[in-house]
Design a protein around this ligand. Structure first.
Ligand code: SF4
Length: 216
């Protein structure tokens, strides 16, 4: 990987990675981000407190762009029927709650910044739909969105999570804009939407099989 020192270097490395690996741009961004974080950790000597089994940051509202959710959807659809059903069943409760909440507050997430903050407050301390109740692992870990990938901390997080606990290396600060920019370019829409909402759109209640795409 070329030396990455600026946001533009990062974007270029992601574009090259997408071509080299023949993968969607979002997956290439995830790959380059992982490589950069390994590099940042080894050269800075900084130790993150994040450990396998800690799911403190999974108890808050996670949002993502259509491009990120498309990758999640493809991943879920590529799993065995058994794993896919486990994911779908695991999301039922929280997504049902979201449907009722959203029916009462349909415009919160497309309205004001205050509305968005309220949604985050109302859903703080609620588990992410993809969090496994059995072992606290992420059921979509290889394709988890940028929101999750960049929630790193120097101290072991206690719930409720405070956003101030978040520590980010520079590449972690760059990726949001990069993916959002690509998403707006590809879809023409500025959309950063709760995971709950994406799920409620692609696997409507009672449906056993997710849609193949967020555009269906
Ligand atoms: S997608 Fe995975 S990593 Fe992200 S909040 Fe949900 S369970 Fe946690």
């Amino acid at each position: 990987m070329p030396l990455i020192m600026t946001e533009e270097d990062f974007a270029q490395a992601a574009r090259e990675k997408a071509k080299e690996k023949n993968v969607p741009f979002v997956l290439a961004v995830y790959m380059v981000l992982e490589e950069c974080l390994r590099e940042c950790l080894s050269t800075s000597g900084i130790q993150l407190a994040c450990r396998q089994g800690c799911s403190a940051c999974c108890y808050q509202m996670v949002t993502c762009t259509p491009l990120e959710f498309e990758v999640i959807l493809r991943y879920v659809n590529s799993l065995t029927e058994d794993l896919k059903q486990r994911i779908i069943m695991g999301t039922n409760k929280v997504v049902g709650d979201w449907r009722r909440y959203h029916a009462k507050n349909p415009r919160f997430f497309v309205g004001t910044a205050e509305g968005v903050m309220k949604v985050h407050r109302d859903w703080n301390q609620r588990p992410c739909p993809f969090l496994s109740k059995e072992d606290g692992s992420c059921r979509i870990y290889p394709v988890r969105p940028i929101d999750c990938r960049t929630f790193t901390s120097l101290e072991t997080c206690q719930r409720p999570i405070l956003r101030a606990e978040r520590f980010r290396f520079d590449p972690e600060k760059w990726v949001n804009n990069l993916i959002l920019g690509e998403s707006v370019r590809k879809t023409g829409v500025f959309a950063v939407t709760p995971l709950h909402h994406w799920i409620s759109m692609v696997w409507p209640q009672g449906r056993k099989k997710p849609a193949e795409s967020v555009h269906q």
